[in-house]
Design a protein. Structure first.
Length: 242
């Protein structure tokens, strides 16, 4: 057995307008994981040599399409977990990693997500389509995702990517329990939620300051931004004075 057998490979979407979300999400993973983790941001500035798509109106985050380069970035070997940045772990991510099933190319929570608004956070357009939010948390069997080459990811339509048209059959999409991509405010509160997803906005926006699980996100934020005898408030005040 090698270290890579236990190493959990995680890719988190990174949006330059929401850097705090990436930092809080990865902190929630590190604090609770019982296994070593390798966390990589899906950041456009790191992908300039391979990701060439122009931004379009329906793209609500910088990683809307670049997320599908995850298997390529793993060399189409082993497994990887992709997750949106507006998420926090409430339990050990190794529990999710144990659910990998070689019968499938990808495993997701199969939501029936029907948005009730036409506008998302930061004024971005809200779109409704079949399999919406399935791709926001994906366990990916990279050797079975070889269709996701840079050429394909650069040229396929958004629906082809997010509706998994790059697979030969939907039979290759395994199902994860809802707890592993719990859509805050879309689903009723559930204390058993393991990975909560602030898909409609979280406490980091004024309009959604008091959503479900807000206190837990804010606690994670404080933990990720405190050091020694200086809590997050002291550090913020010090930064303002520089």
């Amino acid at each position: 057995m090698t270290i890579d057998d236990d190493l959990i490979h995680i890719f988190i979407g990174y949006d330059s307008r929401q850097a705090v979300l990436y930092n809080v999400s990865q902190h929630s993973i590190i604090q609770r994981s019982s296994k070593p983790v390798a966390i990589t941001p899906i950041k456009l500035g790191h992908l300039e040599d391979v990701f060439k798509r122009d931004r379009v109106a329906v793209q609500s985050t910088e990683f809307s399409f670049s997320r599908f380069l995850t298997p390529y970035l793993r060399g189409f070997k082993g497994w990887a977990l992709f997750m949106d940045c507006d998420t926090i772990l409430r339990t050990d991510i190794a529990e999710l990693w144990k659910l990998r099933d070689d019968r499938y190319a990808v495993q997701v929570v199969k939501h029936d997500h029907q948005p009730t608004t036409t506008v998302k956070f930061l004024g971005e357009q809200q779109t409704s389509y079949n399999k919406k939010n399935w791709s926001s948390v994906m366990l990916m069997n990279c050797a079975k995702c070889t269709a996701l080459t840079p050429d394909y990811v650069n040229t396929a339509s958004g629906l082809e990517l997010h509706q998994f048209k790059w697979l030969e059959s939907d039979d290759l999409i395994g199902e994860l329990p809802r707890d592993w991509n719990f859509l805050v405010e879309y689903y009723k509160h559930d204390d058993n939620a393991k990975l909560v997803h602030f898909t409609e906005g979280g406490p980091y926006y004024e309009a959604t300051r008091n959503v479900d699980f807000a206190d837990e996100w804010l606690a994670e934020y404080r933990g990720a931004n405190s050091s020694g005898d200086s809590d997050v408030f002291a550090l913020t005040n010090a930064a303002k004075k520089r």
